[in-house]
Structure formats: structure tokens, C-alpha cells
Write a protein that binds this ligand. Sequence first.
Ligand SMILES: [Zn+2]
Length: 141
Amino acid sequence: MIKFKAVKYEKAFERLAKSRFRSRFHLKCADKRYIAEKGLATIRRHCEDFVRKNLAPQFPPNDGRQTPMRGHPVFIAQHATATCCRSCLEKWWKIPQGTIIPDTRIKGIVDFLMAWIEKEYGENKEDSVINSLPCKDEKML
Ligand SMILES: [Zn+2]
């Protein structure tokens, strides 16, 4: 499944990889441990909540600053994939500002974010560091 998703989003990931800003974002040890604890299905629910609440409205509150730089793996994924605010969604993915994002596109954004998370999480998933306490980078979260 991960392989299929990676193929589906290959072009989008390639585009993002060319951005120095976007390619700087990666899941840290503590993010991966959080995913391991919660499970991907729960992370997906969180992801959909964030997208619906913070991006989908016609005029999302605090637009441009609604996505913190840390604190949840989905936030990191949003910066990495340029789905952090309506301006980035328009610039990168041609989703016009000032419109309500329809359910089909919400699902598309969530699928894309989860594909990025699964790719990052999949890399070093077996890493014992995920289960070690505390993570070395913990204070950065
Ligand atoms: Zn943005």
C-alpha cells in the first residue's frame, strides 16, 4: 500500500524536494514515537480534524499562521507538503483561496499528508530509537 501511495505522489514529492524550505521538514524521533503510540488510523483522524478546521473553511481563522512548526507530526507534514495554509495550497496545489474546500479535496489533502507521514515513518520505523526513552530530540518538540 505504501508503495502504491509513493508512486501516486511521486511527482508531488519530487516538486517538494526541490524546495529548500519544504525539504527541511522531517519527522523527529518523538514524532515517530507518537505515531507508534497512537497508530496511523488515529493520526489520520487528527489529520482530517486539522484540515477541516484549519484549512477547509472559506476564510480559516488566523490563516497563514494556523499551523505550528512543531507539536504534532501532522503539522510537520503540512509544512513539508505545502498544505499549511490557504496561500500555500493555492500557490502549490491550485486550490483557490476564499472558497470552501470540498470534501473530495479534503480527502485528497489528507491522503497526501498521510502518504508523506507513512513515507517518513516507514523510513527508520524499525529504529530502536523510536522506543527508547527519552528521545534525544525531545526538548525540540
Ligand atoms: Zn503556508
